[in-house]
Design a protein around this ligand. Structure first.
Ligand code: ZN
Length: 1070
């Protein structure tokens, strides 16, 4: 008997007493190393003592999981081989084999060890133990599978397994267990086999072997059989993950991923993605590339860190914080000579010295329509606001069409039997209603059109509408709507929602509860395309890439699609099954990606049938569609029956990574990426309807023009409202600039002086076309500012408002998601906007530079946006102090002198606006945002209160609207509350004592503890985890959702492995 043995028994016995603590103490005192030394010397004895080996390995199996450096220590001491040798020599000796396997299992979790063990034949050894199928020693089997699973994480080992023909072995074994384990007692073994397959299929060779050995069908069939048993979910989920990974990558059914519409830029930027796009040789297939092939060129990237990956993530998250103190200090330097800026004087007539209030007894007519309804209420009015710079807008009221009128028309028409030819074509353009004409969905604008003096439907009391409605059958769209709006595809149609408008429904629209298993069942339906290819129709029913014939005619078996109208975005529709369609979105013009926004029309539907729609080329890695958001639907039949509105709709909604390969050309050079599918199902309730679906409540440029003319109608003599054209866009649309304030009470010097010296508030919206919610918030702001309430009056007296309600009209008109016609994100151009390529940004920035020059920089600047991945409404601002706090840079206290005023406005908003959430606000300056409006206006113009206000596309999880999806009513209310907050801000800034600032300080200190999510980057995703493990990344190597606790929770050395299961990536920008 060796001396070690009795000592060993003592140690063993003492560790036996209490499990956790003593083992930890043992490890911390260096016990592991001693055990390895004993093991080495014991293995030199010939033959080694079986009993000692048993005791040693039992002990190591216990200690291993508690020692984070166990694997490294084992390798360095030479213990790896000792254990391998004992294992090889005792394959039949189950008593000794079990602890050896348990120790090997721990060794294998270190990736360097895994390779070394693989070289020593341990992979083959494990296969010998697990195959063929036998229920003899299941405990042993389970441990061997665990070890094998860990070994196969190494690509070298996975390759070894493929070369040895073991994919087939694993699949056969899995089938054996599936059939023989009728009472599901051996879930863990079945799971262990799947984990091995999962790890092998991380390499391309493995995926190929899986497909070649009929893996798809085997896993599909077994999973289908498992589906009814909820406890088997882990098997179904892992199978689904493997199948998705192995699903052959398809190409998008497109000739090119470049936008279907071409717009030639006046000049191409020297570098960047647009330059790249233009330099691409013609005829290059950009839809797919070699994406998938390079993945294995980098060998195993071995590291010896025992899975300490979490620290790395932390570092990456903070990378984006600005740490250059020079850049953090606003430089009050307007940058351009005043001579250049002087031309902008004309946009600030209210500030000029020679501004005169013209006292006249009569109101000066500006536009024929408004004049009728804006009765002269006071004596004072001005000429200035109606200077010729006013945009050539004509009033048009689509928002509140008198529906009784429409109903009457419908009645008339029915009686008439759909006459369409005889309708008068005069100054008003005509469109045909498909509803009135028995389901014909075309309504091209006909006729030449006249001078645009139409006033159809205006609530200003014009009788024109009724006159022109004489022919009944025709929906008339005034010239301005089509003629004044220039689109690259030269749209001649007006979508019905633009025509009928939208009146927010009064019922509540709760966030949709996610039903367990929806994603999985959708993915299974996708996999069935491969398993049962004969069930697939695969018929193109709409295709913008066929110029002459975009709408494919049909015998009534398919839905009809259309998106050739303002803000429309649908490139192609493919019928997949009888009631299922794949939809492909168009890229932003002059780009080959940015698809997320959608807006299209559907007709030819069957009532009561459930249709499934899949948008197959979404790009963001996660979406609020996974967290309760529904799509928007508009029914023209409903509109005609007096309910013109967008409503939230759709069931079985989810968003997941699909099997369509994304070209690295469109993914910023990243290879091997896939697109995402956004799927929803819905049914239709009216026959012969025309319905629209959209990502969010549409708000077109034409709608804006119509709303602006409606604003004119709200003007009273007390209100100073001026509409200028700031500039023309690349596409030839005009960019409106509004000035709103109160008229001075009289021409007396004091009043004029007060008028001129009011602080300025500068607002903008809709730089990102897909963020339509920003326009609805802006609508709320504008209507509040033009309102008759005493608050509105005080607000106008307090400030001069300068507003650019739509910074990117071209993007909006052409159905872009994010860019302008230049193919660039305009909110990344503020540092150096190009007057030709980014005119709206260039001139808006110039206005601000002009103001800075004349010492009139605005008190508040705010750019309205929408956020696709968070709930509520919140703000981003800029603070040196908070940026420094959240980074590790050292700064002197003088660097941190900062007025806390930037917090006041969001703080007020959180008190008065129900949708607003202070907790989601951030005041950190990020490097990636250095060319956004917020940061540039703060840094270059010197506006301390410079913000981005982000409104959710989805809904709220706090406050009065908790649990509800956001609607236009709430968005407009937000815009109004923003105004109210500005009034409170006025009072606060006027206060002498600074108690309120002290309150703010204590607020900040209060929030200091939770700076775990420091930047807007990290804050993007803040959803709680859901009980169904949503897997967005089929290619990930993440551990599975359920911890395997069979052996006291031992194997995973990374205690935080559950954290890695969070939903997808965090790095995403908006
Ligand atoms: Zn945005």
């Amino acid at each position: 008997m060796s001396k070690g043995s009795s000592g060993m028994e003592v140690i063993l016995a003492s560790l036996e007493v209490s499990r956790g603590r003593r083992v930890s103490v043992f490890v911390s005192k260096g016990g592991t190393g001693i055990l390895f030394q004993i093991l080495i010397s014991a293995s030199k004895e010939l033959p080694p003592s079986e009993e000692l080996m048993l005791q040693l390995h039992s002990l190591l199996a216990k200690v291993g999981p508690k020692d984070r450096k166990f694997g490294v220590k084992a390798r360095l001491s030479g213990a790896l081989n000792a254990t391998v040798n004992v294992t090889k020599q005792n394959l039949q000796n189950t008593k000794l084999l079990l602890p050896c396997l348990q120790v090997l299992r721990v060794y294998s979790t270190n990736s360097v060890n895994a390779i070394s063990l693989g070289k020593n034949g341990v992979v083959e050894l494990m296969f010998k133990i697990v195959a063929p199928y036998s229920k003899k020693n299941t405990t042993l089997l389970k441990v061997a599978l665990d070890a094998l699973g860990a070994l196969l994480k190494s690509k070298t080992n996975a390759r070894r397994a493929v070369d040895g023909g073991h994919v087939h072995v694993l699949l056969a074994l899995y089938q054996d267990w599936h059939h023989n384990d009728a009472r599901h007692r051996h879930m863990l073994i079945r799971k262990g086999l799947l984990v091995c397959l999962r790890n092998i299929t991380n390499i391309k060779l493995g995926r190929k072997a899986f497909i070649d050995t009929d893996g798809m069908r085997i896993l599909y069939n077994s999973s289908t059989e498992c589906l009814p048993v909820r406890t088997l979910d882990p098997l179904v989920n892992t199978s689904s993950l493997i199948m998705r990974k192995c699903f052959p990558k398809n190409r998008l059914p497109l000739p090119t991923i470049k936008s279907a519409f071409h717009y030639q830029l006046p000049h191409v930027p020297a570098a960047g993605p647009v330059a790249q796009l233009y330099s691409q040789p013609p005829g290059v297939d950009d839809v797919v590339d070699e994406s998938d092939d390079n993945e294995e060129t980098d060998a195993d990237t071995e590291n010896d860190t025992e899975n300490e990956e979490d620290d790395k993530d932390q570092g990456a998250a903070n990378d984006d914080i600005e740490t250059d103190l020079n850049k953090l200090h606003p430089k009050n330097n307007p940058g351009r000579p005043f001579e250049e800026l002087r031309v902008y004087e004309r946009f600030f007539l209210e500030l000029s010295e020679d501004f005169q209030v013209t006292l006249s007894p009569k109101h000066v007519p500006i536009m024929s329509c408004q004049e009728d309804c804006s009765l002269t209420k006071g004596e004072h009015t001005v000429h200035s606001p109606s200077v010729p710079t006013t945009a050539p807008l004509t009033p048009l009221e689509l928002d509140t069409i008198l529906l009784t009128k429409d109903r009457d028309r419908k009645g008339e028409e029915v009686g008439r039997g759909g006459k369409q030819e005889g309708s008068p074509v005069n100054a008003t353009r005509h469109i045909q209603s498909p509803l009135l004409l028995g389901g014909i969905a075309t309504r091209r604008v006909g006729g030449g059109g006249g001078g645009g003096g139409s006033n159809w439907g205006s609530d200003c009391g014009s009788e024109g509408a009724e006159d022109e409605a004489g022919e009944g059958a025709v929906l008339e769209v005034p010239d301005t709507m089509v003629k004044g709006t220039r689109s690259v595809p030269q749209y001649a149609e007006v979508a019905y929602p633009d025509y009928f408008g939208h009146i927010a429904p009064t019922f509540k629209e709760p966030l949709q509860e996610r039903v367990y298993g929806v994603q999985r069942s959708k993915i299974f339906q996708d996999i069935e395309r491969l398993i049962h290819p004969n069930d697939i129709v695969d018929k193109v029913v709409y295709d913008l890439d066929i110029p002459s014939c975009p709408v494919i005619e049909d015998n009534g078996e398919s839905l009809k699609f259309n998106s050739q109208f303002e803000s429309g975005n649908l490139r192609k529709a493919v019928q997949i099954r009888k009631y299922e369609y794949d939809l492909v979105l168009n890229s932003d013009i002059n780009s080959n990606h940015y698809h997320q926004w959608f807006y299209f029309e559907v007709s030819g539907m069957r009532v009561g049938t459930n249709y499934r729609f899949n948008i197959i080329n979404s790009e963001k890695s996660n979406s609020q569609f996974n967290y309760g958001m529904q799509v928007l639907m508009y029914s023209v039949q409903d509109a005609i029956s007096g309910r013109p509105r967008w409503v939230r709709t759709g069931t079985d909604i989810c968003y997941y990574k699909n099997h369509f390969a994304r070209s690295s050309i469109a993914a910023g050079g990243q290879k091997g990426k896939s697109y995402y599918t956004m799927t929803f199902s819905t049914s239709f309730s009216h026959k012969d309807d025309v319905c629209y679906f959209a990502y969010h409540y549409p708000y077109t440029y034409s709608t804006l023009k119509m709303h602006l003319s409606k604003l004119e109608a709200l003007r009273t003599p007390q209100i100073y409202l001026r509409q200028d054209v700031l500039c023309q866009t690349l596409g030839g649309n005009s960019c409106p600039l509004l000035t709103i304030t109160a008229m001075p009470e009289s021409n007396s010097n004091d009043y004029i002086c007060q008028f001129r010296n009011r602080p300025l508030i500068f607002l903008s919206a809709r730089v990102h076309p897909g963020e339509t919610n920003a326009s609805w918030v802006m609508k709320g702001t504008l209507e509040f500012l033009m309102g008759t309430s005493p608050l509105a009056a005080s607000l106008r007296e307090a400030y001069i408002f300068k507003i650019v309600p739509m910074l990117n009209p071209d993007g909006v008109v052409n159905g872009n998601h994010r860019c302008s016609l230049s193919g660039e994100d305009l909110n990344r151009q503020w540092q150096n906007p190009n007057p030709e390529l980014h005119p709206t940004i260039y001139h808006t920035k110039s206005l601000l530079q002009y103001l800075a020059h004349i010492q009139r920089a605005p008190l508040v600047f705010c750019d309205y946006h929408g956020h696709s991945r968070k709930k509520n409404v919140f703000m981003y601002g800029c603070s040196v102090k908070e940026t420094v706090w959240q980074s590790n840079i050292s700064a002197t206290s003088s660097d941190l002198q900062e007025d806390l005023g930037y917090r006041a406005l969001p703080k007020i908003l959180s008190q008065i606006a129900p949708a607003f959430s202070m907790a989601s606000c951030s005041f950190v300056v990020e490097r990636s945002k250095e060319s956004t409006a917020r940061v540039v206006v703060w840094r270059e113009i010197g506006v301390q209160r410079s913000y981005t206000m982000e409104s959710t596309l989805c809904g709220c999880d706090q406050g009065k609207y908790k649990g509800l999806q956001i609607g236009t009513r709430e968005l407009e209310e937000m815009g109004a509350q923003f105004c109210v907050a500005l009034l409170r801000l006025k009072r606060l800034t006027g206060m002498r004592n600074h108690q309120h600032l002290l309150d703010l300080e204590s607020d900040i200190i209060g929030t200091q503890s939770k700076v775990v999510s420091p930047t807007t980057y990290v804050m993007e995703e803040d959803e709680p985890s859901f009980l169904e493990a949503i897997d967005y990344s089929a290619e990930s190597n993440d551990e599975d959702a359920e911890p395997e606790n069979e052996h006291g929770g031992g194997v995973q050395e990374n205690p935080n492995h559950l954290d890695q299961l969070s939903d997808g990536e965090t790095n995403h920008r908006d």
